[in-house]
Design a protein around this ligand. Structure first.
Ligand code: PAF
Length: 286
């Protein structure tokens, strides 16, 4: 597994693979890897990528003031061991000064899907995500890139950016990977201890409750979102940020009965800010 630390080194690796006619798959991360990340590299192989790259970069521009940039969990050695085991061919590990040299002043702003939900609660977050992902794409020059569906709005933002800026990269969404008790895997689960870990289950419990209602015939998106909300409100250690019903493609709020809807939830539980979602559609949940 090759370790590359500058944009030039990463581009050199990608250009050499492209010259050999290889299909490059790429999944960027902020490290602190879990099975959800590992699934992305398997998906890229399944989709025919024969040169697979990862990146580990805790991106300062997507954290707001007072957020967890400084304490975001970092463990490069363990991450590299996991990526090696996952069969990744190259890992891009730039430093902050490599990504944002003195005088950097260009940002990518994706209108529409960046608004509302996490975009409202974390102003500037998706501008930081879109900017860093554009830069990572320009370094890794992939044919295909994979992102987890847990960050559903992020995935929509990246899809829009890749399309609008003609990146020519196929964007794949990978299903949420859950712990055996239902908690969506996230690097931020590291912040959850004891009773907070138990309380964190209110997010998935709320979504699964809405899923049961949907299966029993409930099609009112507001009633489905209410089911999620009331589960979170019933958990004293949790504080609800939002629980909303949105169109899975456009993320526009849906208010009238529908056979296909994504429920998105965000809540604080102890020191952690957690997000989760589920897409419900006639014929089964996705
Ligand atoms: O989902 C993440 O881990 C990050 O937001 C990403 C896409 C790697 C950009 O920093």
């Amino acid at each position: 597994m090759e370790l590359l630390r500058t944009p030039g080194a990463m581009q050199g690796w990608a250009d050499a693979r492209r010259r050999e006619g290889r299909r490059i798959g790429f999944a960027p991360t902020m490290g602190c890897l879990h099975a959800g990340h590992v699934s992305l590299y398997g998906l890229l192989r399944e989709r025919g990528c024969d040169a697979v790259a990862a990146s580990i970069f805790v991106n300062p521009t997507q954290f707001g003031p007072g957020e967890d940039f400084e304490k975001y969990p970092r463990d490069e050695e363990r991450d590299l061991a996991m990526l090696g085991e996952a069969g990744v061919d190259a890992v891009y590990l730039p430093g902050v000064a490599d990504m944002y040299p003195e005088g950097s002043r260009t940002f990518v702003e994706v209108d529409g899907v960046s608004r509302g939900l996490c975009g409202e609660i974390r102003p500037g977050h998706f501008r930081g995500v879109a900017t860093v992902v554009a830069k990572l794409f320009n370094a890794a020059r992939p044919h295909v890139a994979a992102f987890g569906e847990k960050d559903f709005q992020q995935l929509a933002v990246i899809r829009a950016m890749a399309r609008d800026l003609d990146f020519g990269i196929e964007i794949l969404g990978a299903p949420i990977v859950r712990e055996s008790d239902g908690l969506a895997m996230s690097s931020r689960n590291k912040y959850l201890e004891g009773p907070d870990r138990v309380a964190a289950l209110c997010l998935s419990r709320g979504l699964f409750r809405a899923e049961r209602l949907f299966r029993a015939g409930e099609r009112d998106p507001l009633a489905l979102a209410d089911a999620v909300r009331s589960e979170i409100r019933g958990e004293p250690r949790a504080s609800l940020e939002y629980a909303e019903a949105r169109d899975p493609e456009t993320l526009i709020p849906v208010t009238s009965p529908t056979g296909r809807v994504t429920l998105l939830v965000a809540a604080r539980v102890g020191p952690a800010r957690l997000i989760d979602n589920i897409t419900l559609q006639e014929g089964g949940a996705q």
